[in-house]
Ligand binder design. Sequence first.
Ligand SMILES: *Cc1c(COP(=O)(O)O)cnc(C)c1O
Length: 401
Amino acid sequence: MTTTETLIAAADAHSAHNYHPLPVVVATADGAWMTDVEGRRYLDLLAGYSALNFGHGHRRLVAAARAQLDRVTLTSRAFHHDRFAAFCTELAELCGMEMVLPMNTGVEAVETAVKTARKWGYRVKRVPAEMAKIVVAGGNFHGRTTTVISFSTDPEARADFGPYTPGFEIVPYGDLTAMREALTENTVAVLLEPIQGEAGVIVPPAGYLRAVRELTRERNVLFIADEIQSGLGRTGRTFACEHEGVVPDAYVLGKALGGGIVPVSAVVSSAAVLGVFGPGEHGSTFGGNPLACAVALEVIAMLRSGEYQARSAELGEHLHRELGGLLSAGKVTQVRGRGLWAGVDIDRRLGTGRQVSERLMDRRVLVKDTHGSTIRIAPPLVITKEDLDWGLDQLRAVLAT
Ligand SMILES: *Cc1c(COP(=O)(O)O)cnc(C)c1O
């Protein structure tokens, strides 16, 4: 057996099979490239589901992490530490908001947003006890906890995990009429991805986010944007909501906020909303730890320059032009997305998304399929145009055969 086969067999024997990874075993990585245990190099067109927006081992981020490792890494929130104030201030400023509640993984931040909306509903909006409702969209992906899968519409994510948490109303994504009808006096929040990532990079109809913003404002309902995957440069702007000039009541952030080094997530909102929490009412041992704050501060500084957003916009235009060529050639049936982010539906006669991903892997390009016939392209924003073009050449070659 090769080293790759041995390691995969051992992983299969001793890890739960809750993933179906491509058969590549990564040993090292740099920028947009990963090297496997056999020394083969692969172009990374997934970027850790956008957790690696700045690529692997970005010098600035690694330096920030290293410097913090030598100072202090964990205090718990029982004490203050000297990176916390800057992290909260600068993240709030980047978001045009006032307050930050830091957590670790994305789903914890979504849970935090759910708790925030409910508490705000009871304390501020005065919804009767236990009656708070949150409206979400079909096809959503907000994470994997029992409460969050309670409002998933994906049978695989839900089956055999009940009983489910009540208090959620699901409406079709992009359907404004359904959204309007779903809102009642007891609705405390609308929770949406401004672009649905896991569903296949689904961009809502033009004007939808703006209309949801107006509707929620009129009805005294919080608009919570889950920008865990769409945010922090991925779409060519800091936030995907910006494409419609929308400012939500709260952002939920994660993935790229940790620079691909540590899990860092947060809810970012106004003082009127996040001010509902008192001591002991919510928390996390690792949330807002010094190492997380140091890395995230560097991420924020990098985003402040606008350089990565501009890169995503420019290379994204190129990416979508090239993918448009595959569409005209009849190799793919639909292409969606914004910036360096695309969901590509493969003509089923050419293979499943999984098969195309495997053939791309044989040509040293790594992507991930979703929902049968879709592949998702989300390179690190630091990718060069030459590398991106090489990756697209491999996709064309795979679809030509
Ligand atoms: C990935 C993701 C999450 C969950 O993040 P985890 O860090 O995996 O818990 C939530 N919402 C969206 C939109 C995501 O893409």
